[in-house]
Every structure is written in structure tokens, then in C-alpha cells.
Design a protein around this ligand. Structure first.
Ligand code: FMN
Length: 410
């Protein structure tokens, strides 16, 4: 079997493995980042820092969630988190000491400083970038993407990431004053993310990371009639993260990987080694994780490392670059998909639990190709089945319904 090397070079910096904690609650302090390195994370991005003159006040509560309630005894499983949390409320001076300390104690790990200032202030961006570089951060991540916490009349967070000119100007200012690589964290809350990505690439960015959270409103408590999360009766649009955003993040990963020359750090709903493998196959060089670490703690890294290594060994990938972007040319324009070969539904009757879901779905949202016999056992009429696969999607039993190639094309 091929020897697998999980180490990766990103913007010229060597990472022991591609996994990082993203800028978020799991990187609230240097002490926490140190514990994460000891658990096995290759790198960590600090919670976003600002100059000391910026007053950061958090509200409470600032999280709410979407959860799957499960069948029977299955536990509640969170698939989406919404936050209205601000950037770090800890003083920059303390952070700078902690970054220095982390670099001394963990020379084999990578510390990335996430920074944010007001869009029009070149002095603030430059001062902050130089201070964080001087403290020893090996890279900077410019936060152009926080979806909430906007200040009326000021250009901060996602407002920067939605304007290619402002984003490019800031990238240029920061690049003028630091030697360490500069990564730009992009917002998904934009029609075409590649416009801003290309603008910052042209302005000198060394990498991009995507995605930050997706702007969202998580609903209304029907008992109290208050919006969620309710901050004394009121709320604001927040940032959606966790497993539910992975498909959006992967689509953006593919768009970036196809159009950019600089490397990409993939973020968004990554919880398992399988998620990480998918991001790398779609073009990511490094991986960042937030919500999964908030839900399960730092130790999920052990399974991620072992799982990814085993997968790579099994598939014959010796390194992350061997595997990176391997499926890029398989995601094509709709017009290039083969419409001549067709599938039809096939039901394994030995696995059927007779809950009628396939029958109802096909009757009310398909082509009435499934009928039930007297014993409520479903049967597929292949001549009527158009191969949409809705029956397979709604069936609660894995492998009971599959799609097989139709021999005669009509
Ligand atoms: C509570 C919370 C706070 C966050 N704070 C920051 C932040 O300060 N700076 C930043 O760049 N991203 C921040 N993020 C965004 C995450 O770093 C990450 O981009 C996003 O959550 C998507 O990844 P995930 O699905 O793994 O959580 C925050 C996310 C959450 C949930």
C-alpha cells in the first residue's frame, strides 16, 4: 500500500496536516488554540481581532439551532447553527502576547491571525496587520465576511466582501505592509463569489478561504411569538453554519477552484473525514472547521486524521496534492449531461417496511409508477417510471430502493 503523507504546504507554509480550526468560538483564546494543537489540529485561525479602540459588545443569547428530532430513540442531531456573535471581545494586546506564546510552545503548528477593520481606513488595516505579524502569526486572514454586526454608515464584514473594489483596496493595503501570506475570507452572501475572489487575487492575496456563515433568519417561537434567537424580544439576521451549509460551501469551493490560481482553504459544514475528503476532491488545500468543534470538542480531529489517511491509502493517493481537485472536471454544464442513458426505480421487497412513503411520493409528486398490492407491498411499473429517484430519497430504509439502468431506452 502507498505511504500517505497528510502534511501540506499552503502559501509556502508547512502544515502537519490540512486541518485547522476556523476563526470562531473554538479559537477564543491562545490557551484553547494550544489545546487544539495538542489534540492534533494542524493550524488554527484566531477569533477575529480588531484594534483596541473598537468596542465589541456581545448580546445574549447569541445562538439558535435547527435540529433533526430523529426516529424513535435516535438522538437529536444538530444540522444547522445560527449565531449573532461579534468578533473577539478580548483586547488586542492580550491576543498579541498569546500569539507569541503559541509560536514559542507549538513551533510545528500554524497560527493564523484573523483581522478586521473598517473598510475605508487604510491606517487601521495596516496597523492591525503589522501588529499581528510582529507577534508571530505565520499568516493573516482578512475577515471580509461577517454577515451580522454591521454598523450603519460603515463598511465592515460582509459589506466589504460584497464589494470587489473595497476588498481589493484592503488586500493591497495589507500586502504593502506585511511579508507573511495574506488570505481573504469570502462571504457566501453574494451572487457570484468569483468576482470578489478574482479582485483580491489580482490585488495580491496569497489564498482565499470560504465560506463564512450564510445570512439567515432561523424562525419564530410560536409560543412567545418572538423571533429566534430572541434578545429580549428582538433579533437580527444571523450567520448559518454547520452540516446544513455544506452543499453551499462545496458549490462555492468548485466555483473558486475552477477560476482561481491561488490556493483555497475550504470551510462550511465539515464534520467528518468524509466531508474533508469531499472538499479536497473539490479543490481545497486546507480545511477549516468551526461548528463541528463547537458541538463535539477538539477530539474529533483524531477520527478525521485517521479516516482521511485510511481513505487516501485505499484510493492510492499519496498526498493531499495528489487528491486535490480530482473531481473538478466531473461537474459540468447541464447540457453536457448524458440524457440518453436512463435509470428506473427498483425496490428490494425483503427490506420494505411498508410505510407507503414511496407510493405516496410517486402518486402525488411523480408519475404514478408505484402501486401497492393487497399486502401494501410496493411494485414499480418500469414503463411509467421516469427515473427521477424521489421514491429512493423518501424511503427511510437505506438500500431498500435503488436506481438501475434501464435496458430499453424509449
Ligand atoms: C458562533 C460563531 C462565531 C464566529 N465568529 C467568527 C469570527 O469571529 N470570524 C470569522 O472569520 N468567522 C467567524 N465564524 C465563522 C466560522 O469561522 C466559519 O466560517 C463558519 O461557521 C462556517 O464553518 P462551519 O460550518 O464549520 O461552522 C463564526 C461562526 C460561529 C458559529
Amino acid at each position: 500500500m502507498a505511504e500517505v503523507n497528510l502534511g501540506v504546504e499552503f502559501c509556502g507554509i508547512k502544515f502537519p496536516n490540512p486541518f485547522m480550526l476556523s476563526s470562531a468560538p473554538p479559537t477564543t483564546t491562545g490557551e484553547m488554540m494550544g489545546r487544539a494543537f495538542e489534540a492534533g489540529w494542524g493550524g488554527a485561525v484566531t477569533k477575529t481581532m480588531a484594534l483596541e479602540k473598537v468596542e465589541v459588545i456581545n448580546v445574549t443569547p447569541r445562538l439558535t439551532s435547527l435540529a433533526f428530532e430523529g426516529f424513535g430513540d435516535e438522538p437529536r442531531k444538530l444540522y444547522g447553527l445560527e449565531n449573532i456573535e461579534m468578533i473577539t471581545d478580548r483586547p488586542l494586546g492580550v491576543w498579541l502576547e498569546e500569539i507569541e506564546d503559541l509560536r514559542r510552545k507549538y513551533p510545528g503548528n500554524v497560527v493564523i491571525g484573523s483581522i478586521m477593520a473598517e473598510g475605508s481606513s487604510s491606517e487601521d488595516w495596516k496597523e492591525l496587520a503589522m501588529k499581528v505579524e510582529k507577534a508571530g502569526a505565520q499568516m493573516l486572514e482578512l475577515n471580509f465576511s461577517c454577515p451580522h454586526g454591521g454598523i450603519p454608515g460603515k463598511c465592515v464584514g460582509k459589506a466589504i466582501g460584497q464589494d470587489p473594489h473595497v476588498a481589493a483596496d484592503i488586500t493591497r493595503w495589507v500586502k504593502e505592509v506585511v511579508k507573511v501570506p495574506v488570505m481573504v475570507k469570502l462571504t457566501p452572501n453574494i451572487t457570484d463569489v468569483t468576482v470578489v475572489a478574482k479582485a483580491v487575487q489580482d490585488a495580491g492575496a496569497d489564498a482565499v478561504s470560504a465560506i463564512n456563515t450564510v445570512s439567515a433568519f432561523f424562525g419564530v417561537d410560536l409560543e412567545t411569538l418572538e423571533p429566534k434567537p430572541s434578545v429580549w424580544g428582538y433579533t437580527t439576521f444571523g450567520g448559518y453554519s454547520g452540516p446544513g451549509v455544506k452543499p453551499i460551501a462545496l458549490r462555492i469551493m468548485l466555483e473558486l477552484a475552477r477560476s482561481m490560481k491561488i490556493p483555497i482553504s475550504g470551510i462550511g459544514g465539515i464534520e467528518t473525514w468524509q466531508d474533508a475528503a469531499e472538499f479536497i476532491l473539490c479543490g481545497a488545500t486546507t480545511i477549516q472547521v468551526c461548528t463541528a468543534a463547537m458541538m463535539h470538542g477538539y477530539d474529533i480531529i483524531a477520527d478525521m486524521l485517521e479516516g482521511l489517511e485510511n481513505f487516501m491509502e485505499e484510493k492510492g493517493f499519496g498526498s493531499i496534492p495528489d487528491m486535490r481537485g480530482k473531481i473538478l472536471d466531473k461537474v459540468v454544464e447541464f447540457s453536457r449531461l448524458d440524457a440518453d442513458r436512463r435509470v428506473v426505480s427498483t425496490i428490494d421487497r425483503s427490506l420494505c417496511i411498508k410505510d407507503d412513503l414511496c407510493y405516496i411520493a410517486c402518486r402525488d409528486a411523480g408519475y404514478q409508477a408505484i402501486s401497492l398490492d393487497e399486502a401494501r407491498m410496493p411494485a414499480v411499473d418500469e414503463d411509467k417510471c421516469t427515473g427521477c429517484s424521489l421514491c429512493m430519497q423518501v424511503c427511510p430504509v437505506w438500500d431498500c430502493i435503488s436506481m438501475k439502468e434501464r435496458s430499453v431506452v424509449k
